[in-house]
Design a protein around this ligand. Structure first.
Ligand code: ARG
Ligand code: ZN
Length: 865
């Protein structure tokens, strides 16, 4: 037997095609929680010389037959991870018969049990836990599935495609067949079996085809699936209108499961979702929940074309499907809601997750060239940066060429397992441009820094820009080549108008910085005083902009801006600079001019309350973290609080006025009402920033009066740091009201650790409702603490690090993917001030000495490396 305990890395350059094709496979499942029998019958054809190697992990092999004849043990080699059949003909039928134990599957990869029902998760490498198979995305096959199970326990049997024959046996068992006519890789296989309630609907495609839709949820919860269903229909329509892509099967089902490692999974015709992204009732879901459901339902649906019909050749190409599909879901949300607000939220997420990742030891290119553990590649870089690169491409080649290229991609690559090169060849065709330099974006890690310098020549009415780029060194990549950086640019007159520039249309142009350094002359079409420069409008390129502007100049620019993204971003820059100034000057009061301008900006944008709410959000500690080294998160938190308090004082009367109005009724989860509630919630937060006994009473009465989860939760969150009786009462009441609803109790855990101390995290990790086997609950304590409460997580006493280290150690025994994800919260440890840095290093080294899973070891090795 061969054992591979040391993580070996897989390399892009070592790709070789699989030497066989499997045109068709029939899978036969006899479902029992601890002993499920899986028989596979595959039709195999050789395309190149080589042995037949199949992946398989923790399978009990009962029998193998080749063209009907049982193979003896000397005909094959079995290891912990593979089955190799020594001599096979050029075309043959292979039958395998294995037994697996879904109820022992705590890693939640493969076939497992959640809430007493069978469900599956196969991406990336779960299918090898189900049966022997070439478990790689470039082997695509037509799947036929037959399941049989105890009818009383598992009345509903679902798989990919459309249903075929079904019926009852005499012994209380029943069976159902499903057929998927579209060839697919194994990672898109899915199976669900159990008792559910269903919310049904139908959709007619633009081709006139009828589709039956179903959302399967816990008994008694059908109504909570209504929003997910609305989102699904909106997604189907949007993909037809925006990209001309229709659905291609007569059935589309979504199943909600409580125990799930990620958000959701795009299995062909049978999406499986974390129940957090399906279930939403008016009373129990926040606007953020409604919004996340809409976008994730869209995301998984959009994968049907970008991921399923066109899949990835290998996992190095993951961002081919993920980056592109995130881009599509962001566009979907922008079209359904507010484009500028969506853009700001997407950039906040990018900066928090991806910029941080790119600046630390886990940095990797959007298309890596090697990996230790594929599960650890589902990152902000692959997803969010992957999306930003496509957005930058739309600016670089123009939206028309982009749309044309997408149609070339859909038409030419349908049915294939493709690469980033294939994808980009479509845009080369569409635009006539050579995109080889643009593709460097995919090969180089690190966030480019763009330095912007201006000089004004009044005599010639010309603003000369000097732009230069620098991409920081990242692990394994000490030096970088310049990439094309498309910067949307405008010149402003300070009175709300754009200044004309020769060669530009509609007062805006795109400057592409391709070399390390360039100068551009922007010659005005008329005469003017020195215009104000608005650059990287709408965040057209995922870079950091470095401009030496005084606070006065930034305030002037913020007032002149016409791009909502840049208005928001200018205030973020101002707030960040001010927080660092307060950190360095503990006695100094917050800058009145800035606080006044920010307050005014909030007031003057009240008619767009979602945008106004975003203006009140100061950069969070994770974002501030990236701008100084060594960094003291607790000090930053104090400085940030001082600024927030000043803003709360400035907006006190406005908060009272806004909160005195009733919340919109009757409740609707739409963007318009959500915007109003977002501003109300922001005012609730600022009320708490005042930190007075009066504020505590006020928050308690707002909590008592709240008619929706968004505002109840805002009150609870804001009250957590208070030391008042009202605070304790609200925590208690909230728990008593919602203790039967696990999704709401997840929030209850999360807001407490998100604002509390390491002691709170420790205490809550010992709460009777804490459950190591449920990833949502583990994340609601461990991730909510370590990823959103950096001041407490990195506190100097080291307790934050210890409590998270302890949870990771326990989690890793059952669920390596979950533990590895939690470990990434330590990624910035080297930037910490010396005391916390030492404590983080100790926890990481202690964990490393415990011989953790391959997933966790991969992160540890890189974090410490
Ligand atoms: N493809 C899924 C999605 O983004 C996520 C699958 C995550 N799988 C994993 N092994 N991390 O829609
Ligand atoms: Zn995805």
């Amino acid at each position: 037997m061969l054992r591979t305990d040391t993580p070996v890395s897989v390399k892009l350059e070592e790709y070789t095609p699989y030497p066989f094709e499997i045109d068709q496979v029939s899978l036969d499942f006899s479902l029992e929680p601890s002993e499920t029998r899986v028989k596979a019958r595959m039709t195999v054809r050789r395309t190149q010389p080589g042995p037949l190697v199949l992946d398989g992990v923790k399978l009990k092999l009962n029998e193998i037959r080749l063209d009907g004849k049982t193979l003896g043990p000397d005909a094959y080699d079995l290891t912990d991870e593979t089955l190799t059949i020594r001599a096979v003909p050029d075309a043959f039928v292979l039958e395998t018969d294995v037994t697996i134990n879904p109820s022992a599957n705590t890693a939640l990869s493969g076939l497992y049990i959640s809430g007493g029902r069978f469900c599956s998760q196969c991406e990336a490498t779960g299918f090898r836990h189900i049966t022997y198979w070439p478990d790689r995305p470039d082997v695509m096959s037509r799947f036929h599935v037959r399941m049989d199970a105890d009818k009383s326990k598992y009345p509903i049997l679902l798989s990919n495609g459309t249903p075929g024959e079904s019926g009852d046996h005499s012994d209380g068992r029943h069976y159902a067949e499903w057929d998927d006519p579209h060839p697919k890789p194994s990672y898109l296989f899915a199976l669900c079996a159990g008792d559910y309630d269903v919310w049904r609907d139908t959709f007619t495609t633009m081709n006139g085809d009828h589709v039956d839709l179903g959302v399967y949820v816990d008994k008694g919860q059908a109504k909570s699936a209504e929003w997910a269903m609305e989102s699904l229909k909106a997604s189907m329509k949007w993909d037809e209108e925006r990209f001309g892509r229709a659905y291609d099967l007569g059935v589309f089902n979504i199943v909600a499961v409580r125990d799930f490692n990620f958000g959701a999974m795009e299995n062909k015709g049978l999406n499986i979702f974390n129940s957090a992204y399906v279930l939403a009732s008016q009373e129990s879901a926040t606007d953020a929940d409604f919004e996340a459901i809409e976008s994730i339902v869209g995301h998984e649906y959009f994968h049907n074309w970008t991921g399923n019909r066109i899949t990835c050749r290998d996992w190095f190409q993951l961002c081919l499907k993920e980056g592109l599909t995130v881009f599509r879901d962001q566009e979907f949300s922008s079209d359904l809601r507010s484009r500028p607000v969506q853009r700001i939220k997407d950039v906040m997420r990018l900066r928090a997750r991806q910029f941080a990742e790119d600046a630390g030891p886990l940095a990797h290119p959007a298309r890596p060239s090697k990996y230790g553990s594929i599960d650890n590649l589902y990152t902000g870089t692959v997803y969010e940066k992957g999306s930003e690169l496509i957005r930058a491409l739309t600016v670089f080649i123009g939206i028309d060429a982009f749309n044309k290229g997408m149609q070339i991609y859909f038409n030419e690559y349908d049915g294939t397992a493709s690469t980033i090169e294939d994808f980009y060849s479509c845009f080369e065709k569409a635009s006539g441009k050579d995109l080889s330099q643009f593709r460097l974006w995919y090969a180089q890690a690190g966030t480019p820094e763009v330095k912007v310098e201006e000089s004004w020549d009044a005599a010639s009415s010309t603003l000369t820009l000097t732009l230069s780029q620098k991409i920081p060194a990242t692990p394994g990549q000490p030096t970088k080549q310049p990439v094309p950086i498309p910067l949307r640019t405008a010149l402003l007159d300070g009175k709300g108008a754009h200044v004309g520039v020769e060669g530009w249309e509609n007062g805006e142009g795109v400057i592409v910085l391709e070399d390390e350094k360039m100068t551009v002359d922007l010659k005005l079409t008329g005469t003017s005083d020195k215009p104000l420069l608005s650059i990287n409008r709408q965040f057209s390129a995922p870079v950091r902009i470095d401009r030496e502007l005084s606070n006065e100049a930034l305030l002037e620019l913020a007032a002149a801006e016409t791009d909502p993204f840049n208005i928001w971003d200018n205030f973020q820059t101002l707030a960040r600079t001010e927080i660092f100034r307060l950190l360095d000057n503990p006695q100094s009061p917050p800058d009145e001019a800035l606080v006044g301008a920010l307050g005014d900006a909030v007031r003057s944008n009240e008619s767009d309350p979602a945008f106004a709410a975003l203006l009140t959000a100061l950069p969070d500690i994770g974002e501030l973290f990236q701008h100084r080294e060594p960094v003291d998160p607790a000090g930053l938190n104090d400085a940030r609080k001082r600024l927030r308090k000043a803003l709360g004082e400035n907006l006190k009367a406005d908060a009272e006025r806004i909160l005195a109005k009733p919340s919109p009724a009757p409740f609707k989860p739409n963007a318009e009402q959500a915007g109003i509630r977002a501003l109300r919630s922001a005012m609730i937060g600022l009320t708490g920033a005042l930190d007075t006994a009066d504020a505590s009473r006020k928050l308690k009465s707002l909590f008592d009066a709240a008619s929706n989860m968004t505002e109840s939760l805002a009150c609870l969150r804001t009250l957590v740091p208070f030391e008042t009786a009202e605070r304790d009462e609200v925590i208690e009441t909230f728990y008593e009201t919602w203790k039967e609803n696990p999704l709401v109790i997840d929030k209850w855990f999360a807001v407490q650790v998100g604002q509390g101390t390491a002691d709170d995290a420790r205490r809550l990790s010992q709460h009777p409702d804490f459950d190591l086997s449920n990833p949502n609950r583990v994340r609601s304590v461990a991730a909510a603490f370590s990823m959103t409460n950096l001041a407490a997580f990195h506190a100097r006493d080291g307790e934050g690090h210890k409590v998270i280290g302890d949870i990771i150690l326990e989690a890793d025994k059952r669920n390596p993917a979950l533990a590895a994800r939690l470990l990434t919260s330590f990624e910035q440890w080297r930037k910490l001030e010396p005391v916390a840095k030492a404590s983080a290093e100790k926890v990481l080294k202690d964990l490393q000495s415990q011989s953790l899973s391959k997933n966790a070891s991969d992160i540890l090795a890189r974090a410490l490396g």
